[in-house]
Design a protein around this ligand. Structure first.
Ligand code: TPP
Ligand code: MG
Length: 718
């Protein structure tokens, strides 16, 4: 087009002609994709639609200032034009809409407009509004760490002037996680570009019902945050505003927030009809500000295009999208038998491919040898100390590991020489800051979503984050980040992204005084989440071996550290040598027996062992005690093998009985071991109530040795 003779004498436009024409064409393509998807949905060839209409000028002007494959992107569903501007093709977009196996973002797993392109650093997107903000901040934080360490392994590279882009609608600004992310972006002066696309509505809720003032005003108190408001339907205004903002962010001065007013000419999604809550007059006013019409008018005004050329571009866009739609419809259909691919992928360890018994034997031999050398290996330690030492050992071996959370650091650097340091409320992270510096072990704000969300961002960048949730009882603010973000990343991107992260969580009761807010269990809630791995050690060598394995995983691990066990003498074992790695999904027989099987984990392992000893002594009953060690995955084989010997199964856990993980084990055994069973499968757990403060109340609520003895005795006599 630029070779058209009538343009020869026109004054040079503000931005390169070729870019303007390409962006106008791409804006038309983006709108044509929306229109095409809406048509295809009526034909049942697309199954959902959410448009980027009205946001095209904003996205394309932004893309001109950003670098795919260099910067990092956490866009939201209306960012279709941005993603096209970053190089995602119309066919790629439509492959997702039709749910093709060839959809590069998710292989047909995610709804349309859930972007993701590993080669462009467009991070796989989820649906909870605003949940992308904290991972974006974590991503920027990871980049800052990585860029100072040039010798990092592949997949851990960063650029000194990279930025992280994150966008959301004005409605999603009401989510707490947006504010929690801003808190850290500003505290750490991170290179994050926030874009709030304000189209006035969150589905049907007007912006006035969301906030007391526009977001650009609300964020005034955040020191170091550059702010600007722009007419997001004006391509030129956005380009001008963003250019200087981006320069500042790239220079490392700090984050910036662009509040862009846009329109929403189409309903929220295909499931919404906006004429039921917006007047025709209002929609007409909006239509008069359509960004594509404004762009076209400006290009004609500036002599970049003639009206005929603009019309030809529009027609050409429709044709290009028709061609892309045909390509998408010809794409491979997904294979339902592959739908459980990419939920998690456990690392295979050569050193532990032997049977468990052989592996245990080898390990014991190795402990004895190494103990003789006088090194720390082999020294008797309790469970908490084993974890502390393993953290030191793993951090020394892998610079990608960073430990963070509330109170996990030792003390302010200036005081460190004179003070002992805190190192966690249970002392488990003590000395990590002192040994590895504050870049590797640091405190976070008191905000669980912030802690885990930043971990997600670090994991996406190839680091091995090790966030701590101070007490299991306070994990719930992080639930969206754990369940909807971390646990879904591998699956939702069909394996293009992973989220390695070891979340350490002190858990459990038997504290005599812990009460409701410091004594809960609840592993069953997380066992219900595909994509999460869960370890729950009951003795020192397992804690070390499972933690070593956890750091080798490419998926999020919930590492549950029972508070009551941290210092108990019965957890004490020689600290195992570095080859002792316990793979997930392998239980362990703590005490052999042939009259009855108890399957358990965590604090009730010891209680079951005491019950078994008493039953042997008083009644000659030989109870086999199986410690599952990990809940996700869990060792079905060890349970089946034990039941084949004992023919009786009791599952014991500390968590409340109803919906506890024992229900899963019991149901599985009832189905798969039915022929072997001589008695009904029994369960023993906490009463279906919260844990009380006063010790006799706590004792009545949580399963005790006497309770286990009584239930096991009944079951043995059935
Ligand atoms: C946490 C959460 N709550 C509710 C929803 C359902 N939902 C999807 S989009 C949306 C409105 C978002 O409005 P806004 O942030 O203004 O973005 P817009 O769609 O207007 O661009 C809602 C309520 C969701 N996806 N996530
Ligand atoms: Mg909105």
């Amino acid at each position: 087009m630029s070779s058209d003779p009538h343009l020869a004498d026109a004054p040079a436009p503000e931005f390169p002609r070729a870019e303007l024409i390409a962006d106008f064409r791409m804006a038309c393509i983006s709108r044509a994709i929306d229109d095409g998807e809406i048509r295809m949905q009526k034909q049942s060839r697309v199954f959902f639609q959410i448009s980027g209409a009205g946001h095209e000028a904003l996205g394309l002007a932004l893309a001109r200032n950003l670098r795919p494959g260099y910067d990092w992107f956490f866009p939201y569903y209306r960012d279709q034009a941005l993603c096209l501007g970053l190089g995602v093709t119309p066919t790629d977009v439509l492959l997702q809409a039709v749910g093709s196996a060839d959809d590069p973002s998710s292989g047909g797993r995610q709804m349309p407009s859930h972007w993701g392109s590993a080669e462009r650093n467009i991070v796989t997107q989820s649906s909870p509004t605003g949940s992308q903000c904290i991972p974006a901040v974590g991503c920027a934080e990871a980049g800052r760490y990585l860029v100072r360490l040039p010798e990092m392994p592949d997949g851990c590279q960063a650029h000194g002037d990279e930025l992280t882009y994150v966008s959301l609608g004005e409605g999603a600004v009401s989510e707490g996680e947006f504010w929690e992310s801003l808190n850290t972006a500003c505290t750490l002066h991170l290179p994050v570009l926030y874009v709030v696309a304000d189209n006035g509505f969150a589905i049907s809720v007007p912006a006035a019902d969301q906030h007391p003032a526009p977001v650009v005003e609300l964020v005034r108190g955040f020191r170091g945050l550059e702010r600007a408001r722009v007419d997001g339907t004006d391509y030129f205004a956005v380009r001008r505003t963003v250019r200087s903002m981006v320069e500042r962010v790239r220079a490392g001065v700090g984050p910036a927030l662009l509040h862009a007013d846009v329109i929403r000419p189409y309903s929220h999604s295909a499931a919404d009809t906006q004429t039921s809550y917006r007047s025709p007059e209002e929609l007409a006013v909006e239509a008069a500000h359509d960004p594509i019409d404004r762009f076209e008018a400006a290009l004609i005004d500036q002599g970049v295009l003639t009206p005929d050329e603009a019309a030809a571009i529009r027609a050409d866009a429709v044709e290009a999208v028709a061609k892309a739609s045909a390509e998408a419809l010809a794409g491979a259909r997904p294979d339902p038998t592959r739908i459980t691919d990419n939920v998690t992928a456990l690392p295979v360890l050569e050193a532990v491919t032997e049977t468990e018994t052989e592996a245990e034997t080898e390990t014991e031999a190795e402990i004895e040898t190494e103990a003789g050398t006088g090194t720390e290996v082999g020294e008797p330690v309790a469970l908490g100390e084993a974890i502390r030492r393993t953290l030191h050992e793993q951090m020394a071996a892998d610079v990608r590991i960073r430990v963070f959370g509330e109170d996990v650091a030792d003390a302010r650097e200036a005081l460190l020489a004179e003070l002992e340091g805190k190192g966690g409320v249970f002392g488990t992270t003590h000395g990590l800051q002192r040994d590895f510096g504050q870049a590797r072990c640091f405190n976070t704000p008191l905000s669980e979503a912030n802690i885990i969300g930043r971990g997600v961002g670090h994991g996406l960048r190839g680091l091995r984050p090790c966030p701590e949730i101070q007490f299991f009882d306070y994990i719930w603010p992080a639930m969206t980040q754990i369940k909807s973000e971390a646990a879904t990343i591998r699956w939702r991107s069909n394996g293009s992204f992973t989220c390695p992260m070891v979340v350490r969580v002190p858990i459990g009761g038997y504290l005599t005084g812990g009460a409701i807010w410091h004594s809960q269990s609840g592993e069953s809630i997380f066992a219900h989440v595909p994509g999460l791995l869960i370890a729950f050690p009951s003795r020192a060598s397992d804690a070390a071996g499972l933690l070593r394995y956890a750091f080798r995983c490419e998926d999020p691990v919930l590492f549950l550290e029972h508070k009551h066990l941290l210092r108990q003498p019965y957890t004490v074992e020689p600290f195992p040598g570095p080859d002792h790695v316990v793979p997930f999904g392998r239980g362990c027989i703590r005490r052999p027996g042939d009259d009855l099987t108890i399957v358990t984990w965590g604090a009730t392992v010891e209680k079951s062992l005491q019950a078994a000893a008493r039953l042997a002594e008083t009644e000659g009953l030989e109870v086999e005690v199986v410690d599952l060690r990990t809940i996700a995955p869990w060792d079905h084989d060890i349970v089946a093998e034990s039941v084949a010997t004992t023919h009786r199964l009791l599952v014991v856990h500390e968590d409340v009985l109803t919906g506890g993980f024992g229900a899963e084990v019991a149901a599985w055994a009832a189905e798969h071991c039915f022929e072997q069973l001589d008695a009904p499968v029994s369960r023993l757990g906490a009463l279906d109530t919260h844990v009380a403060y006063e010790p006799t109340l706590e004792a009545a609520i949580l399963p005790q040795v006497d309770d286990i003895v009584a239930v096991a005795r009944d079951l043995a006599g059935y």
